[in-house]
Ligand binder design. Structure first.
Ligand code: ZN
Length: 406
């Protein structure tokens, strides 16, 4: 093993279990964790050693932003007033509003960077972004977002989903574009309401899973359909995942239907999802049924979260802060007890890492030293108080403080 040349010891850190420790980082990874005050440097005397006193602050792994749209937010650009649908929520109408807004917006690369720095500033160092790929925009959005991913690769790990925002079967040429997007560097293939949008569940899923198999890619499908229609599609996705041996590589985003079905049907769906290794993403939407987080976790389902839309054509909310998202998940789920607040926190950290298949995640020897320091007594208090005073460390180096990049 090559001698270590640079080492940082973060002394006086408080972990989620309440223990006080010193964290030693070398080559961007945690190489030792010892009770506070018991740490000696490891390696030759010539080592370049830095000591950082965390003063008893809470140290948690960096947040996982599990669902965002880097191409369509107007964060940092001019405010775009929300336009309501004419006859109740309609995806097609919203897509049309979005096209109109995007035509008048600042360059996409600029807007993507604004969003990336917002997320990193708040402590997310891993992200899954859906990127629109369809007949109307072709691969233009993807090319811009691929460049942004490259530019920020030292700061944040980004997975990209080729997202058919205008459907697959109802937008001619999209299947070929999705194929191309996966060749260009997308990690996953997306989908959109196979039943209500394309009106052909089998046809839609044949393309999605066919391309996933062809490219060895993961799957993450937007599913807004409610009730039994939503449940039916969740079951179809789970069945295909299991049949193809893709456990752990498939997610359903939103899955609103899981939030408005009877308890016994939910129990059955939870068992099926857990058995198929299909993760569920919820952003805890306002005034809308959403997947019951506690019941699904109880069934063994990986539930993760994301900001989804931030100041875009879908809604004006979103702040790129996954700690405040954990607060929303807890608030909307009726979580009050400490173990419930800790579960909400898990949704934006470890469960997110599992859903994204992140390796070497967490505060552990050997893991990448991607962490956030927070002024809070413990995790439950952090979820409730959402303190903005934080420092974000990427591979052991401070990259953001109090929301701003350093
Ligand atoms: Zn989305």
């Amino acid at each position: 093993m090559a001698p270590l040349t640079e080492q940082t010891i973060f002394i006086n850190a408080k972990l989620a279990d309440g223990s006080r420790v010193d964290l030693t980082v070398a080559d961007g990874r945690f190489c030792a964790i010892a009770p506070a005050g018991k740490t000696a440097s490891v390696g030759p005397a010539s080592i370049d050693l830095a000591i950082v006193d965390l003063g008893g602050q809470l140290v948690v792994p960096a947040f996982v932003e599990g669902h965002i749209h880097l191409d369509t937010s107007f964060y940092g650009d001019a405010w775009r007033p929300h336009i309501p649908c004419s006859k109740g929520f309609d995806v097609r109408e919203r897509v049309a509003f979005q096209a109109r807004n995007l035509a008048a917006a600042a360059p996409m690369g600029e807007r993507a960077k604004n969003q990336l720095e917002l997320c990193i500033g708040n402590g997310s160092l891993a992200m899954r972004s859906h990127v629109m790929v369809d007949g109307s925009v072709g691969l233009k959005h993807l090319q811009t977002i691929l460049a942004a991913r490259e530019e920020y690769r030292d700061l944040i790990d980004i997975q990209l989903v080729a997202f058919p925002q205008s459907g697959i079967l109802s937008s001619p040429g999209t299947a070929e574009l999705l194929d191309e997007a996966l060749k260009l560097g997308c990690d996953l293939i997306g989908g959109l309401d196979p039943a209500s949008f394309d009106r052909d569940v089998k046809g839609h899923l044949d393309v999605v899973f066919g391309l996933a198999q062809k490219h060895g890619a993961g799957v993450d499908i937007h599913l807004h359909d409610g009730g039994t229609l939503g449940l039916f599609q969740v079951e179809e996705i789970a069945a295909r995942t299991k049949a193809l041996g893709m456990q752990g590589h498939v997610a359903v985003s939103h899955a609103y239907g899981l939030g408005d079905i009877p308890a016994d049907a939910l129990l059955k769906a939870g068992e099926m999802l857990a058995g198929a290794g299909v993760a569920i993403m919820t952003n805890a939407p306002g005034n809308h049924a959403f997947p019951p987080v506690a019941a699904l976790r109880q069934a063994g389902v990986t539930v993760f979260s994301g900001s989804d839309n931030i100041r875009d054509s879908w809604w004006p909310y979103g702040d790129g802060d996954m700690l405040s998202r954990a607060n929303l998940v807890g608030y909307r789920s009726g979580f009050y007890e400490d173990h419930e607040l800790a579960a909400a926190f898990d949704v934006v950290t470890h469960a997110g890492a599992r859903a994204l298949g992140l390796e070497s995640y967490g505060i552990a020897v050997g893991a990448s030293a991607d962490f956030v320091t927070i002024t809070a007594e413990h995790v439950p208090e952090a979820v409730v108080a959402v303190p903005k005073g934080r420092t974000v460390y990427r591979r052991g180096r401070a990259v953001a403080k109090d929301g701003k990049m350093v």
